[in-house]
Design a protein around this ligand. Structure first.
Ligand code: S3P
Length: 423
């Protein structure tokens, strides 16, 4: 994919549905009784992996016009899969489904692509084992493939060493099959879509500070879910609109759940001109975001803010490289175990553009404002890295070439078309 410098970016855009919420709508719809209708579902490869796993367990999932219909069969209505469940590139599919599979009456196997096979699964094997689950890493390396033999589960109060919504959700979902109240405490609050949506489907989930608890054996009932626009996809157009001269972009109906919207806070810290319009605070909060060209300055990103913007750090690193002054990113060691090692891959590729950037154990230090030029970028098949450098390509001197550019289909199949339309 080749990207060239843009004179301006202008227009109105509806970004695709939120990836985290789309996954959860399929999973909870499958476990509910009745038909769940999902609108603005993200048809990215990751969410299609979730659909494929539930189809293999006998759940009927169909398109109805633009909507998705999931014919749920109740908490204990899944069938034993005849094939290995393939989660593709998706950590969310793997970690959330494992919590569900741990409490079933059958044996299942889960596998994924090379990137997913290298990501840590001990973080879910440990709490599930503490609940009495029989879950094993087939190669005994704490990674996929996984074999899960469903069993009756016990309650646990799990102190998670990482702030991870995937770990938290895994334990809460297993908790639906446990013999009492199950809870998870995390060091900082991670995204709370599971808590919000499970309650909407009829479960009893409570949250206090960074602890979430669930009561067992909920009766989940089918619901209508409208998936908000994904702030993690909007982030690329926020960055592109702020950095490209003479730009004004209106992003419609974007999710602004505070556990996800850290990018808005950091953009403001950097001096960004972003206005929230038409805010709606029912269920998952949403707003339209009006983004205008701004001159940005460096900032510090750390601590409790990190889980609220973890997927946006690659594009924040691009913004920091174009900003005046130094940006320091700390407490973000989780970046090393995402779809790629996002510290190493961002440092490698930003250096190719001439940026002054150093990787650290838990983040990056970026001295912004150096003149940056186009380069051949290797995103290591990581969708968010590819889109981040496409944004850089709209601003830097000379053409930007991104190898394996079509990895964007994981979360944003029409990304390049949308960027092209605004340019
Ligand atoms: C996700 C949680 C985050 C995020 C991922 C989606 C989710 O991962 O990076 O893209 O849907 O729960 P962790 O919870 O492991 O940090």
């Amino acid at each position: 994919m080749e990207i060239k410098k843009q004179q301006s970016l202008r227009g109105v855009l509806s970004v695709p549905g939120d990836k985290s919420i789309s996954h959860r709508a399929v999973m909870f719809g499958a476990l509910a009784k009745g038909t769940t209708r999902v609108s603005h579902f993200l048809e990215g490869a990751d969410c299609l992996s979730t659909i494929s796993c539930f189809r293999k367990m006998g759940i009927d999932i169909e398109k109805d016009g633009e909507d998705l219909l999931i014919h749920g069969r109740g908490l204990r209505g899944l069938n034993s899969p005849r094939e290995i469940l393939n989660a593709g590139n998706s950590g969310t599919t793997t970690r959330l489904i494992s919590g569900i599979l741990a409490g079933q009456k059958f044996i299942s196997e889960l596998d994924g692509d090379a990137s997913l096979r290298s990501r840590p699964m001990k973080r879910i094997i440990d709490p599930l084992t503490a609940m009495g689950a029989d879950i094993r890493s087939r190669m005994d390396n704490g990674c996929m493939p996984l074999r899960i033999a469903g069993r009756p589960l016990h309650t646990v109060h799990y102190n998670s060493p990482v702030a991870s919504a995937q770990v938290k959700s895994c334990v809460l979902l297993a908790g639906m099959y446990a013999d009492g109240v199950t809870s998870v405490t995390e060091p900082f609050l991670s995204r709370n879509h599971t808590e919000i949506m499970l309650n909407y489907f009829g479960a009893k989930v409570t949250s206090q500070g960074t602890t979430a608890s669930i009561q067992p054996e909920p009766e989940l009932s089918a619901r209508e879910v409208r998936v908000p626009g994904d702030i993690s996809s909007a982030a690329f157009f926020i960055a592109a609109g702020l950095l490209t001269p003479n730009s004004e972009i209106l992003l419609k109906d974007v999710g602004i759940n505070p556990t996800r919207a850290g990018i808005l806070k950091i953009c403001r810290q950097m001096g960004a001109d972003i206005t929230l319009l038409n805010e709606n605070h029912q269920g998952e909060p949403t707003a339209d975001l009006l983004v205008r060209t701004s001159s940005l300055k460096g900032t510090v990103i750390q601590g409790a803010d990190i889980p609220t913007l973890i997927d946006e750090i690659p594009v924040l690193a691009i913004m920091a490289a174009f900003a005046d002054g130094t940006t320091v990113i700390r407490d973000a060691q989780e970046l090393k175990v995402k779809e790629s090692d996002r510290i190493a891959v961002m440092v490698e590729n930003l250096k190719r553009m001439g940026a002054d950037i150093a990787g650290t154990d838990d983040g990056m230090i970026i001295r912004g404002g150096k003149p940056l030029h186009g380069a051949v970028i290797d995103p290591h098949m990581d969708h968010r890295v590819a889109m981040s450098f496409a944004v850089a390509g709209t601003v830097c001197q000379g053409a930007m070439e991104i190898t394996d550019g079509d990895c964007v289909k994981i979360s944003y199949p029409d990304f390049y078309e949308d960027l092209y339309r605004l340019g």
